[in-house]
Design a binder for this molecule. Structure first.
Ligand code: GTP
Ligand code: MG
Length: 519
């Protein structure tokens, strides 16, 4: 049976109410903030052809994929991470144009999950449920904030609304505040927003005889509707009919429990180390377009490292991170209970936060370079059952860093020396480490050239909490005081020496002690 990948995201961390408070969003609805969410939804539909429809309200948005989608071969983790990452990068970028009077104070993050709808009926029931939630929440919040604005405390307002029915709330709004809910409250607040694709005809030019030459093109539009799960709304939209299917009956009753039975939450095995690996999507092209230095661009790597530091500071269960090229692995402590170890929540929140930080801080690292298009990342989570295996995993990534870096350094030196890219490639085919080192010395004219390269290029970047001892002058003279900070080091993590020198990283009790240490 065909299935609809319904992809839903919600803002998460820091919690949405905190985010909206810090940025002083209007209550209960901030028009600009909602428009920003809608713009991001539009951008997702434009970027990913397989996303056919979206429905959003408040801080959440659901994206519906084409039934037959082969998007990343339907791997859930890829789907949710790529979409959430692109959405978040868009959110950060469009913030500046849509809410120019307010600074974005910190990197936003969204959580996502994939739900497969086994039939059109499930999809329809799902949409009905989400729009019902939109309606119920909005009606309640509209009343609540009217009461608060009229002088009641939050507790008093909540007490007034307790147990009230839909009709009672409409009455209250009308009697006390002269508000006709349906007429006076904008559609976008009451009904949420749909995004879909339509075909439009553009006039591309005029022929000599004055006749227009037209071309059909897909355009993403937003629409509002009282009942998005109705046959009337759905079946008259050609693209929805064609790509998703039709609704055969109208639905009257929401059945959240029925929908929830389709939500399969995969939880990561208890007492295992969780690694979330984030990897730049199509960074081959991204680094070309942005003219990153080859084979290593120190600024690009510094930006990746800054994002990793931000992740460790924000997600306190991350005990270690290792990064190379366009990827970063984040190790979560063994007993982490982050999002009850729900894989999609953990992956999406980290990827989303990483992406928004990357986009927000681009200018700091590339003041001279305009970001030409949005970067986005994919993510996955894997569990490792022991300390030894987690070290093996990290060693594997560092070996990979070394092999790639040595190869790329040779490759670009050969190209610099006048060889074509394909000649350089054939020249290096089958060469061993020793031969590459000799080649490097020969091409550069420097003995032991490889070891003169910056450690960040050769060894990648390790990020972790460490104690920093500072000499502080106080009345009793200079004294050493320590505080916890996140550090970036470029060291050998394959050999045991590093782990012996930093036992707190993989030992939970010692880790807590380091985190507790403050100035
Ligand atoms: P997917 O991850 O499958 O979407 O493909 P990708 O294009 O991102 O390739 P992959 O992740 O396998 O490899 C990362 C690519 O990013 C490298 O092949 C480089 O082309 C590019 N890249 C990463 N870091 C740098 C850098 O410092 N300088 C330059 N010039 N390119 C880099
Ligand atoms: Mg990549």
């Amino acid at each position: 049976m065909s299935s609809h990948l319904r992809w839903r995201m919600r803002s998460c961390f820091p919690t949405s109410s905190l985010f909206s408070e810090v940025h002083e969003f209007e209550k209960p609805n901030d028009k600009k903030a909602l428009e920003l969410m809608n713009e991001c939804a539009k951008a997702v539909l434009e970027q990913f052809p397989d996303v056919i429809f979206s429905y959003g309200y408040s801080d959440e948005c659901s994206f519906i994929f084409r039934k037959e989608t082969k998007f990343y071969q339907r791997r859930g983790s890829k789907i949710l991470s790529l979409i959430v990452s692109f959405f978040t990068s868009t959110y950060v970028t469009k913030w500046r144009s849509l809410i120019p009077q307010k600074d974005l104070k910190y990197a936003p993050s969204f959580r996502a999950r994939v739900i497969c709808c086994a039939s059109m009926e499930v999809l329809q029931a799902y949409l009905l449920w989400r729009q019902y939630e939109c309606h119920i929440n909005n009606q309640y919040d509209t009343c609540l904030w009217q009461l608060i604005n009229s002088g009641k405390t939050r507790e008093e307002a909540e007490a007034t609304l307790k147990g009230s029915l839909k009709q009672d709330k409409n009455e209250l709004l009308y009697q006390c505040f002269n508000i006709n809910y349906k007429k006076d409250i904008p559609e976008m607040f009451r009904q949420g927003t749909c995004t879909l694709k339509t075909e439009v005809e553009d006039i591309v030019k005029y022929k000599d005889d004055g006749c227009p030459v037209k071309r059909r093109r897909r355009k993403v539009i937003t629409v509002h509707s009282e009942n998005i799960a109705s046959k009337r709304f759905w079946n008259e939209k050609l693209c929805l009919l064609k790509e998703l299917g039709q609704f055969t009956e109208d639905l009257n009753k929401t059945r959240p429990e029925y929908i929830k039975s389709f939500q399969y939450e995969s939880r990561l095995m208890l007492s295992t180390w969780i690694v979330v690996r984030v990897d730049g999507c199509h960074f081959h092209r991204f680094s070309d377009v942005h003219e990153f230095e080859k084979p290593n661009d120190a600024q690009a790597l510094d930006l990746m490292n800054a994002c990793a530091i931000a992740v460790l500071e924000e997600f306190r269960d991350v005990v270690f991170a290792y990064g190379v090229s366009d990827e970063y692995s984040f190790v979560l402590k063994k007993d982490s209970q982050l999002y009850q170890r729900c894989a999609s929540e953990i992956v999406s929140a980290i990827v989303s936060f990483f992406s928004s930080t990357y986009t927000m801080r681009w200018n700091e690292f590339f003041p001279q370079k305009e970001m030409k298009y949005l970067p986005y990342f994919d993510g996955r989570a894997v569990c490792y059952p022991s300390c030894e295996i987690i070290k093996d995993y990290l060693a594997w990534r560092q070996v990979d860093c070394h092999i790639n870096n040595q190869y790329n350094t040779c490759f670009w030196l050969l190209v610099k020396s006048g060889k074509s890219k394909s000649d350089a490639q054939s020249y290096l085919k089958g060469t061993q480490t020793q031969e590459k080192n000799e080649l490097l010395d020969q091409l550069s004219g420097i003995i032991n050239y490889y070891n003169t390269l910056p450690p960040m290029f050769r060894l990648g970047s390790s990020v972790y909490w460490d104690k920093e001892t500072k000499m502080v002058d106080d009345k009793e003279g200079a004294a050493g005081k320590s505080r916890r900070i996140v550090v970036v080091r470029h060291c050998n993590i394959i050999e045991t020496g590093f782990w012996e020198a930093h036992p707190h990283i993989l030992d939970d009790n010692r880790f807590k002690a380091v985190q507790r240490a403050t100035v």
